[in-house]
Unconditional design. Structure first.
Length: 422
């Protein structure tokens, strides 16, 4: 098993021996009960990640789970039960959060291109805050509020200056469809403050995702504080909210190191200690909206080897799942160069690597490749292949209808108990 996969198995599933034991349940038991392929999520890992994040953040921070990472109802309900709010990016996610029991006031709505129907739906239900991404959207919200006789609470999503950008997938500091450029912030404020049906509650700064360097996050948070102070000065009052977005990453590849939360805690404590007595931040709620960081490491995608073949000297392990279930692991969701996710043979965790193989799925396309030239123990038909770091942007970000294979079930494990997710 590759170093990162072995590290993750040891960190989160210490009960494992030769075979993976996740949440107190042997992986073979889950495969027998639900068939393969499937996704499995461990409640204990979700709590471990949430508790670690909260310990790294100053006390005035609130956590909003970004359900785009994984919209499974069981996971949404779990984070609600842990006191989190919910960040949504569509009317479908709004309804998913609502059905999971989230009060509309506990939701934030961000994302470009919100439709009039989406905006009317969330406004009619009393959404907590809408993060506007354009002046067109501002006018659209204002018109709906006039028609409904309501007042909208909004935050301005700001595309910050280049010095605050960072992360593997950068969304700010350059021309972007996300938010409004920092350079036109004063003009945007003029427009917002001229709308009688709009209440400006805060700002939202989000420059990128998959950030593993705590210094980058500190720089971004510092920039966010500067922007918030600038807006509060213009308003003559503190903002109600300052949303720093998400962006906290997890390691997917062998060259990546996990985000050092101790260093993040030290940096943020120093940064925010000065804020406590600042009159421009009296009563301001600081928000983060992580998704991947909370759920990514809690999930494993499991498939079974159906066939093993050699073609012109190359050995292929053909499994019963693939890119239609896990597009990200196949390298077709944003990777410029295909790199292998952390993958292991789940029933041979302690065996030494003996061969270099490709792991491919059952689809009629060369894109259906989960791993290339990966070193594994000698595999046999029937072995279980596991893709770690699969809790975020896995099943829901994949073309499940491609070639009409059945969709993989999602399994929830909690201290030795398991069930199909709602």
């Amino acid at each position: 098993m590759a170093d990162l996969a072995a590290s993750l198995a040891g960190k989160y599933y210490p009960q494992s021996g030769e075979s993976l034991v996740i949440g107190g349940v042997a992986i073979g038991q889950l495969a027998a009960a639900y068939g393969t392929p499937f996704y499995v999520y461990d409640r204990a890992v979700l709590d471990q990640k949430l508790n670690a994040l909260r310990a790294a953040l100053p006390q005035r921070f609130s956590v909003y789970y970004s359900i785009k990472a994984n919209p499974n109802p069981t996971i949404i309900k779990h984070f609600l039960n842990q006191g989190c709010g919910i960040e949504i990016a569509s009317s479908g996610e709004f309804l998913a959060a609502l059905n999971a029991g989230c009060p509309p006031k506990q939701m934030l709505f961000a994302g470009p291109g919100k439709s009039e129907g989406e905006l009317e739906l969330v406004l009619s239900q009393g959404i907590g805050e809408i993060h506007i991404e354009s002046l067109t959207e501002l006018k659209r919200i204002s018109a709906i509020c006039r028609r409904l006789g309501r007042r909208a609470e909004i935050a301005i999503r700001i595309n910050p200056a280049a010095e605050a950008e960072g992360g593997a997938m950068r969304m700010g500091g350059r021309p972007a469809p996300f938010g409004m450029d920092e350079e036109i912030l004063d003009k945007v404020l003029d427009e917002v403050l001229a709308e009688p049906h709009i209440e400006l509650c805060g700002i939202h700064i989000f420059t990128g995702t998959q950030i593993l360097d705590p210094a980058v996050l500190r720089t971004q948070y510092c920039h966010g504080l500067q922007l918030a102070r600038r807006v509060a000065t213009r308003l003559g009052r503190p903002l109600k909210t300052l949303d720093f977005g998400g962006g906290l990453g997890i390691p997917y590849f062998s060259h990546e190191q996990e985000l050092n939360l101790d260093l993040l805690r030290e940096g943020l404590n120093t940064l925010f200690s000065a804020v406590e007595m600042d009159p421009y931040f009296q009563g301001t709620r600081f928000l983060v909206e992580p998704g991947r960081f909370l759920v990514g490491e809690a999930g494993v995608y499991v498939a079974r080897i159906r066939d093993i073949k050699i073609s012109r000297g190359k050995k292929f392990l053909i499994v019963d799942g693939g890119m239609h279930h896990h597009l990200a692991a196949s390298g077709n969701l944003g990777q410029a160069i295909k790199r292998n996710y952390p993958i292991g043979l789940l029933n041979k965790l302690t065996a030494s690597p003996e061969e270099s193989v490709d792991i491919v799925g059952p689809l009629c396309t060369p894109l259906d490749t989960l791993a290339r030239n990966i070193a594994l123990p000698r595999a046999e038909i029937g072995d279980l292949v596991g893709v770690f770091q699969s809790g975020a942007y896995g099943r829901s970000a994949s073309p499940l209808g491609f070639l009409s294979h059945p969709a993989p079930p999602e399994i929830w494990v909690d201290a030795g108990q398991h069930q199909r997710c709602a």
